[in-house]
Design a protein around this ligand. Structure first.
Ligand SMILES: [Zn+2]
Length: 661
């Protein structure tokens, strides 16, 4: 039955994503060949994914054990958070990408083993949630706090990717059976299930399944999960007890009327990303209008300079609903207590990627790049085995009167395992697949979205083949050389993303300057008859800039951050005189900043060298009389924010107060 669904799709010759200007290239079409992302992919292949497999398939993570127990293959009880199944599906997804780019048959057979166990854990009617199946005190679809929809979403996405990459149906059949059960239960309008669509990952999953098998009922169900929000009275009932309600889960305001990002940042951004998927299939303008406002609200009023989102661990929305791990007021951007869950930052990129496809504008890719190089990558150590869940912009040790904001998710150091394990596989699957975001296919051409040495071989929208090679040391150097290796004989467009921060970029074709306009924050589009051997040279000056915040952000008034290209820098205690507290570090505005590439430092990074002022006079108490500070000048280096906390317990800050002579 399930295979015939795929045949139906082929027979009907359905097309998808019809309301998006840009289409994704296929998984495996673009391979990193050297440099920054090739190194990261290699670490993902050799360290991140195998290490995570040891955790999740062993007794530390216990994720595969949960499925084995549910399948009757092992004795024991469920361990881990309610969303642990979903985190295991994300790990399978990461491993599937590694297979897609390496074609290592051993990886495929390991995935097949997981799938076999998962399939045995699935109940006859399609239900599959080990956190419920292994409990005696909870029943299926009884209370949304058990995160069934989250696990469902990641099951559907992971299975569709697996089918896409391998052509196999073993995982997909599990997903179809599960989604059919979901459709039976949640499509009819009932009060009990009206507010149950939490947390909203299933919306993306259902659209992905629709695109994979072509059955429109999954798209309609995805749409229903959006339409149900804002329709029911916000007060606790049997399905909601035990977890905050209202804005926390984006159920107070219908999406089409939403103007402000609220509540849990991961829930919100998965929800918006899912809604963008629905829009790209239905073309409903009201949905897109709301998503445009929400994207602007997130990126213009609630986002950190690192691309991170989710300002607070605890707080309230403007409607006075309690919120956790999420958005608070516009421009309220604490540095030290910023929550900035790695997942939320990645979700910001995922939502932006969908908006990028829909509108085809480079500003969305700027946000994706910002997240990737900063608040995404900061979630994992350079070695690839230690994780951050929260990504604040300042860390101070438990000295003086300051206490570290520390609990299970907010840790002063990277941790080798996190009890709440949602972020690590989310990040590792993103690192494993990011070459798939490097190019997109447009109506009559291709866009170059991300820079990094790679090889692309894909098809334009008319089906003709195109192959490009890209050589660059980006993000450390701004020179990018793209060679056309194969293309059609008719004219088509190659569009190059000029990042918003890139002033005075230049483009040459075969050694000749071009006459086209090159504006930061847009695509430079070249439409011509291309031929094999054509060489485009894009030069993006990598200037070191000081960044200041909007005057409404009180937390960074009179402070600056350092940014070079897409990389945000920080100052960290290993680079300061012993016993210096980062709260005494001031930036010397008169210093000349210089970049220096250090191949053997933190995996090979460019550091920025300059001079800071360390405040020497001491003061006590909450308030005191101000006297002119005493300074000590110090020549220091700044390191990329993503690479901090790789040299033991440290203090760190991105923003520093600035002093001008
Ligand atoms: Zn997470």
């Amino acid at each position: 039955m399930s295979i015939s669904k795929i045949d139906q799709k082929l027979a009907a010759n359905l097309t998808f994503n019809t309301n998006s200007k840009l289409k994704s290239i296929g998984i495996g079409d673009c391979n990193w060949t050297g440099g920054f992302w090739a190194d990261k992919f290699k670490t993902a292949e050799k360290i991140m994914v195998p290490y995570m497999g040891d955790l999740l398939c062993g007794d530390v993570g216990h994720a595969l054990n949960n499925f084995k127990i549910a399948a009757g293959l092992k004795e024991g009880e469920h361990k881990g958070m309610f969303w642990h199944d979903g985190d295991f599906y994300k790990f399978i997804e990461a491993k599937t990408y590694i297979y897609a780019y390496t074609k290592n048959a051993g990886i495929l057979s390991e995935i097949d083993e997981y799938i076999s166990i998962i399939s045995q854990a699935q109940e006859e009617d399609g239900y599959l949630q080990t956190q419920i199946q292994l409990r005696k005190d909870a029943d299926r679809y009884e209370n949304r706090k058990y995160h069934e929809m989250y696990n469902t979403g990641h099951l559907l996405i992971s299975a569709c990717i697996h089918h896409n990459v391998t052509g196999q149906n073993n995982f997909l059949n599990i997903a179809i059976k599960h989604a059919d059960l979901l459709h039976t239960i949640f499509m009819p309008e009932t009060k009990h299930f009206g507010r149950f669509g939490f947390n909203q990952t299933q919306i993306m999953g259902l659209v992905e399944l629709y695109r994979t098998v072509g059955d429109a009922k999954y798209l309609r169900l995805a749409e229903k999960f959006i339409n149900n929000r804002g329709k029911y009275e916000v007060k606790h009932d049997s399905t909601t007890i035990g977890y905050p309600i209202g804005d926390m889960v984006q159920e107070r305001t219908p999406l089409r009327e939403s103007k402000e990002a609220v509540g849990h940042a991961v829930l919100a951004l998965y929800y918006y990303a899912g809604a963008a998927d629905v829009y790209s299939e239905t073309g409903e303008q009201a949905l897109l209008n709301a998503l445009d406002l929400l994207w602007d609200n997130v990126t213009q009023k609630k986002m950190y300079v690192t691309g991170a989102v989710g300002q607070a661990h605890y707080g309230a929305s403007t409607n006075l609903d309690m919120i956790e791990e999420g958005f608070i007021d516009a421009y309220m951007m604490p540095n030290m207590t910023a929550y900035n869950e790695t997942c939320a930052n990645l979700c910001n990129a995922m939502f932006s990627y969908r908006m990028f496809g829909i509108h085809g504008e480079s500003k969305y890719m700027d946000i994706i790049e910002l997240v990737l190089y900063n608040s995404g990558l900061s979630g994992i150590s350079v070695e690839g085995k230690e994780y951050f869940y929260a990504n604040p912009l300042r860390m101070v040790n438990n000295t003086r009167d300051y206490e570290a904001h520390e609990n299970v998710t907010e840790t002063p150091n990277r941790e080798p395992y996190l009890e709440c394990f949602c972020c690590p596989p989310n990040l590792v699957r993103t690192i494993s697949k990011v070459s798939g975001w490097a190019y997109s296919v447009s109506d009559n051409g291709v866009s170059v979205n991300l820079y990094g040495s790679n090889h692309l071989k894909t098809n334009l929208s008319d089906g003709t083949a195109i192959a490009l090679s890209q050589e660059t040391d980006y993000p450390w150097k701004g020179r990018i050389k793209i060679t056309v290796e194969e293309c059609k004989t008719e004219s088509f467009e190659i569009a190059f993303r000029i990042p918003g921060w890139a002033k005075s970029a230049t483009l040459q074709i075969n050694g000749e300057p071009t006459s086209i306009q090159i504006n930061p924050g847009t695509f430079a589009k070249i439409n011509r008859v291309w031929k094999m051997g054509d060489v485009v040279l894009l030069d993006i000056p990598m200037e070191i800039n000081l960044v200041e915040g909007h005057p409404r952000i009180e937390e960074v008034r009179n402070q600056v951050a350092i940014k070079r290209g897409p990389i945000v820098y920080c100052i960290e205690s290993p680079d300061l005189p012993e016993n210096t507290e980062v709260l005494n570090v001031y930036f010397n505005g008169n210093t000349e900043l210089k970049e220096e590439f250090q191949p053997n430092f933190l995996g090979g990074v460019s550091v920025v060298k300059g001079e800071i002022l360390i405040r020497k006079d001491k003061s006590e108490g909450m308030y005191h009389t101000f006297t002119k500070p005493e300074w000590e000048s110090y020549k220091n280096k700044f390191v990329p924010y993503f690479a901090w906390s790789n040299r033991g317990q440290a203090e760190m800050t991105v923003f520093m107060p600035v002093v001008w002579e």
